[in-house]
Design a binder for this molecule. Structure first.
Ligand code: SF4
Ligand code: SF4
Length: 212
């Protein structure tokens, strides 16, 4: 049995424990999910979010849907992937819910279950960002930008790079982008230490969620 299959089966087994109680599932499996029940539906977060008019599901709506057991709608929503971590909602919430962290926790959970919406650009950015941080111990800005530009193929990548050349040159001039990073690798000093730390964190997290 492959590791992926083992993880998928373990995920299914863990999720089965919470059948018909999505709030309990979120409390047990999503980062800061135990806060959701504290939401009093005042709507301050929905009114504070710069994405407010563009979202189908504001944090307020998402938390109400969790409590109403709307598992599919929540986990398949693209709302969590739109959050820019501006923290507007979090500083204003009268109940002091860590809204931003819950939104990212939900995004992470839906991705792990394979339910997150496909083709969401922010999801691709998040994955490239995470893969780069994991591999190099820090984000290699140049490789990250190139991976973003070329993720839809070579021709589109060249078009993207040409369209953004002014911004790229500006970043190089300002010392914010170093072309030599592509050669130097731009890694942290102890990448193997980072890899061990992440492996341990995953082991602890899987144990906490009952997957190990
Ligand atoms: S601001 Fe806080 S309490 Fe009000 S709806 Fe949003 S999460 Fe709930
Ligand atoms: S942190 Fe995310 S959810 Fe909160 S206001 Fe900003 S974009 Fe909206």
């Amino acid at each position: 049995m492959t590791t992926a299959m083992t993880t998928a089966n373990a995920n299914e087994a863990a999720v089965a424990k919470y059948k018909n109680n999505f709030l309990k599932e979120v409390e047990a499996t999503v980062e800061e999910g135990h806060w959701v029940k504290m939401c009093m539906q005042c709507g301050v977060c929905a009114g504070s979010c710069p994405f407010g008019p563009h979202w189908e599901h504001s944090p307020q709506k998402i938390f109400m849907m969790i409590r109403a057991g709307k598992r599919e709608e929540v986990l398949k929503s693209d709302a969590m992937w739109m959050c820019t971590s501006c923290y507007n909602c979090m500083v204003r919430c009268p109940r002091q819910l860590p809204i931003t962290h819950i939104m990212h926790g939900l995004a992470n959970y839906s991705y792990r279950l394979g339910l997150s919406p496909k083709g969401q650009p922010n999801q691709a950015i998040a994955k490239l960002f995470w893969d780069s941080a994991l591999k190099y111990g820090r984000v290699n800005e140049l490789k990250f930008s190139l991976a973003m530009y070329f993720r839809d193929g070579f021709v589109q990548g060249v078009k993207n790079a040409l369209a953004m050349q002014g911004v790229g040159l500006g970043l190089v001039k300002a010392g914010r982008l170093n072309p030599m990073e592509i050669i130097s690798g731009h890694t942290c000093k102890d990448t193997s230490g980072i890899h061990k730390m992440i492996a341990k964190a995953r082991e602890i997290e899987d144990r906490r969620r009952g997957l190990a």
